[in-house]
Unconditional design. Structure first.
Length: 97
């Protein structure tokens, strides 16, 4: 069963465009990474400085491998430097109801 992941980020007004440009540059690699089914970049309609990624992965292990790869490359540190607080990930499983 696939897993949905949200990545909730808060960015300053000064860094918002840089963050979005960085995401645009790196997301093609994310979308082609093993297990990535989809990823959509959204922003909170009430707070445009709150950027949320909506991701779908084949397995949580695939996502964890991806995050480890980004960490090894130094990408997580670069992205984190643009944020005003640490990002928050949530892992969601669909219920058969």
């Amino acid at each position: 069963m696939s897993i949905d992941v949200t990545l909730d980020m808060h960015v300053s007004a000064d860094n918002r465009e840089t963050l979005l440009n960085t995401l645009e540059a790196i997301l093609p690699d994310t979308r082609s990474f093993k297990g990535c089914q989809s990823i959509v970049v959204t922003c909170n309609d009430d707070d445009p400085l709150n950027i949320v990624l909506l991701e779908k992965w084949e397995t949580r292990a695939d996502h964890e491998s991806y995050v480890a790869w980004r960490g090894e490359r130094g990408d997580l540190k670069k992205l984190g430097a643009l944020l005003t607080a640490p990002p928050a990930s949530t892992f969601l499983l669909a219920l058969d109801i």
